[in-house]
Design a protein around this ligand. Structure first.
Ligand code: PRP
Ligand code: ZN
Length: 287
C-alpha cells in the first residue's frame, strides 16, 4: 500500500510565504520552492505542499483539499470555518488595523461615521464598528486594499499591518488596532489516524524548532571559588555542565538560557565573576 501523505496548504506569495517554507526547512523537510506551481512534494517527509491564497486556505482545509495549513489567526476568525487551530508558530506576527490617508485629522473612531472602509475582513471589521458604535459603509475587496483610498474608492482601510511598509508606501497612517494576530497551524477536523500520526511527527519537529529559537546556549569561564554562585544564576535544562579548565582554579560552565531572561542573567553572571561568555544559537532542542 502506498504510504499516506499529509497535505499542507501555505500562502502562495505574500507575508507568510517565506516564513512557512522556512519553517518546513528548519524542520528538516526539503521542499522545492514553487512560487509558480500549485503543488510540490517534500523529498524526505510524506508531505505534499499546496500554494494557495491565504484567505482561501480555511475553506480548503475544511473541505479536506488540504489536511493542514499555515495562516494568520485573523483569517481563521474571518472565515468562521470548521477547522481547528493546532499550534501558534511564532513568526510573522501582525495586526489588523484601520488606516486613513496621512494628514487626516483623526481623533477617535467617530471619524469613521458615514465613511467608506475597504477591507478583505468584513466580519471582523463589522464587529469592531458595532462595538465602537460607528456607522460606516464596508466595501469588501479581495486584494490590494491599501490602494483604495488613493484612487478614491474608500476613505479608510482595514487590513493586515506587519512592518508597516505597505501603509507607508501608500501614504496611509494607522489609526486603530482592531486585532492582534499570530501565525497558526490549522487542521481539518476529521483527519485519518495515519494523517494525525504524520501531523504529530511534524508538530514534534515544529515544537523543537520553536523551543530552540527561544533559547540560547551559553558557555563561560568561572573561577572555582565563584562556581556555586554562578551556577545558581543558570537555569539549564537539568543542571549546567561544569568542566575543569587547563588553568588551575577555573572551570568552564555550559548551559541553556531563555531569550526573555537573557540580558538580566548575563549582567548578573558578569557581576559574579564570569569571563569569556559565549552565547550561541541552538538549532533544535529536544527535551
Ligand atoms: C498583507 C497586507 C499587506 C501586507 C502588510 O498581505 O494585505 O499587503 O501584508 O505587510 P507590511 O506591513 O509588512 O507591509 P497578505 O500577506 O495577507 O497578502 P494578501 O493581502 O494578498 O492576502
Ligand atoms: Zn491575505
Amino acid at each position: 500500500m502506498e504510504q499516506e501523505k499529509l497535505r499542507i496548504a501555505i500562502q502562495k506569495s505574500g507575508r507568510l510565504h517565506d516564513g512557512s517554507v522556512n519553517l518546513l526547512k528548519e524542520c528538516g523537510i526539503d521542499v522545492v520552492n514553487g512560487v509558480n506551481k500549485l503543488k510540490t512534494e517534500a523529498s524526505n517527509f510524506p508531505l505534499e505542499v499546496y500554494f494557495f491564497r491565504d484567505d482561501d486556505i480555511p475553506q480548503y482545509v475544511e473541505d479536506a483539499v488540504a489536511d493542514i495549513g499555515i495562516i494568520g489567526e485573523n483569517v481563521v476568525f474571518e472565515s468562521n470555518k470548521k477547522i481547528s487551530i493546532v499550534e501558534a508558530l511564532g513568526f510573522a506576527t501582525c495586526r489588523l488595523s484601520i488606516a486613513v490617508r496621512k494628514g487626516e485629522d483623526y481623533k477617535d473612531a467617530s471619524f469613521l461615521n458615514g465613511k467608506r472602509i475597504a477591507t478583505s475582513y468584513p466580519v471582523i471589521l463589522k464587529k469592531f464598528l458595532s462595538e465602537n458604535k460607528v456607522n460606516a459603509e464596508i466595501h469588501e475587496i479581495s486584494g490590494s486594499v491599501e490602494i483604495a483610498p488613493g484612487i478614491g474608492l474608500a476613505d479608510a482601510i482595514c487590513d493586515i499591518v506587519s512592518s508597516g511598509s505597505t501603509l507607508f508606501m501608500n501614504g496611509l497612517q494607522e489609526v486603530e488596532k482592531v486585532m492582534q494576530s499570530r501565525t497558526v497551524l490549522v487542521k481539518n477536523n476529521q483527519l485519518s489516524e495515519g494523517k494525525q500520526k504524520l501531523l504529530d511527527k511534524l508538530l514534534f519537529r515544529i515544537q523543537s524548532v520553536k523551543k530552540a529559537k527561544n533559547n540560547k546556549y551559553i558557555l563561560l569561564n568561572a573561577p572555582n571559588n565563584k562556581l556555586n554562585e554562578i551556577i545558581g544564576l543558570l537555569p539549564g535544562m537539568k543542571s549546567p555542565t561544569v568542566l575543569p579548565l587547563a588553568e588551575e582554579g577555573w572551570s568552564s560552565v555550559h548551559s541553556v538560557l531563555n531569550e526573555n531572561d537573557f540580558w538580566d542573567i548575563i549582567e548578573q553572571l558578569k557581576a559574579a565573576g564570569a569571563q569569556g561568555i559565549l552565547v550561541v544559537p541552538i538549532e533544535k532542542m529536544i527535551i
